[in-house]
Ligand binder design. Sequence first.
Ligand SMILES: Cc1cc2nc3c(=O)[nH]c(=O)nc-3n(C[C@H](O)[C@H](O)[C@H](O)COP(=O)(O)OP(=O)(O)OC[C@H]3O[C@@H](n4cnc5c(N)ncnc54)[C@H](O)[C@@H]3O)c2cc1C
Length: 456
Amino acid sequence: MPTKRFVIVGGGPAGNQCATHAARLGAEVLLIEKDVVGGAAHLWDCIPSKAMIATGGALGAINQARGMGLTHVSAELDLDVLRDRIGSIEDRLQHSVTSLLGSQGVRMVQGVGRLVGPHQVVADTAEGQETFEADVVVLSTGSRPRIPEWAVVDGERVLSTRDAYPPPELPGHVVVVGAGVTGVEFVHMFSSFGCQVTFIVSRQQVLPQKDPEVAAALEEDFLRRGVRLFKGARAVAIDVDVDAETVTVRCDDGRAAAGSHALLAIGSVPNSEGLGLDAAGVELDPSGYVVVNHNLQSSQPHVYAAGDLSGKLPLSSVASMQGRKIAEHAMGLHAGPHRHLDYDKAASAIFTVPEIADVGLAEADAFAEGRKIRVTKVPFSANAKALIDNDPRGFVKIVSDPATGVVLGGSIVGRNAAELISVIALAVTAGLRVTDIVESLLVHPALAEALADAAE
Ligand SMILES: Cc1cc2nc3c(=O)[nH]c(=O)nc-3n(C[C@H](O)[C@H](O)[C@H](O)COP(=O)(O)OP(=O)(O)OC[C@H]3O[C@@H](n4cnc5c(N)ncnc54)[C@H](O)[C@@H]3O)c2cc1C
């Protein structure tokens, strides 16, 4: 039987995972990427943000070392060295993704891809145009920062998330607009570098989608670090005074926050323009995301959309998994469990200090639904390793079914939360019970012991 020809447009986590997996499953795969394989995730989002946060964390650890019996510890940030470090991490990751794709026989084309018919994809390359016939088309072109009509991003004083890893200079005082995950990570990052930060939060809680107790722990830490919070204030304008080198963010309640820089972190918009979706009969929703079913098929069943373009959960981890699922579905692997993605079971993390991570059912959502749950919570201040590490902030919370003991969700605030949540994520995905966690023979002393204590 002739093999299936996949043409994938966009080589971020969704596109490159789909490409390697489909090739492993026997497909003939062509990947069109206009910039670099690895995508925005490597260039502007996950990797540079976490690299900068790691440097800020190292500065914090040096300060914390004073409480661990060390004296005369100090450090200074060199922005050029940090920029080189981010570049070298990106190069290494890009090299490893490109090698993996090559080793699986994926053909890579550098160019801009678009559909010119239901089964035809054109790549506009430096050498000219090339047209490819496809049995399966995967659109994984990602998203870009949303810039509101009231702001002009100049990349110098008024920054989007893409101008800030690292910024051209460290702001003396940055006004961060946007209280979601990206916004709080920027607040944390800039304040860990010693910048003054004002945070414009349109609701009454930072991280409005998260457990209020988790958000409160973060707010408390921001206030302790001197971050100025403007709660319940929606930004409506930004004035730039070029001579005075200041920006002023004006809010709908009359308040104004002045600083040296403003940073906008208010969501993203899909990269669906110019993809020839009309020509192929692919339907978009009113916000420009491709309408997909639970198999990620668009209104044209052989055209799939993955990653941020699918309008589902905008996480790199989700994008990668969607890419894998598409490869399996298009190659006819329908049977068996775990074929469809359950977005409610995706773990996510916020790389602040303290770190925040959660998965599955949140306590507040269970109460809103009137669902019976058991919630158990243990603070890290009772954990030996947290005390040894001189960082006993935060807690572990586990949500379970009181009748069966099955783990439904959990949240962690504290050091290494992003790693520790994996245990609860595995329990949620595999339908394990709290006793399965309690009876695991864990390492001592370890932060993970707090998970067993919370599951007790
Ligand atoms: C500041 C920030 C930090 C983040 N941190 C995290 C994190 O820590 N963890 C996490 O899980 N998620 C994180 N995310 C989200 C994550 O970056 C995205 O969900 C992820 O990048 C989506 O992957 P994707 O494959 O859909 O798209 P992308 O990574 O955006 O890749 C899309 C690719 O398509 C290419 N492309 C676009 N149009 C065309 C075309 N016409 N032809 C050819 N190529 C094209 C682009 O050049 C790009 O390489 C973060 C997001 C932001 C904004």
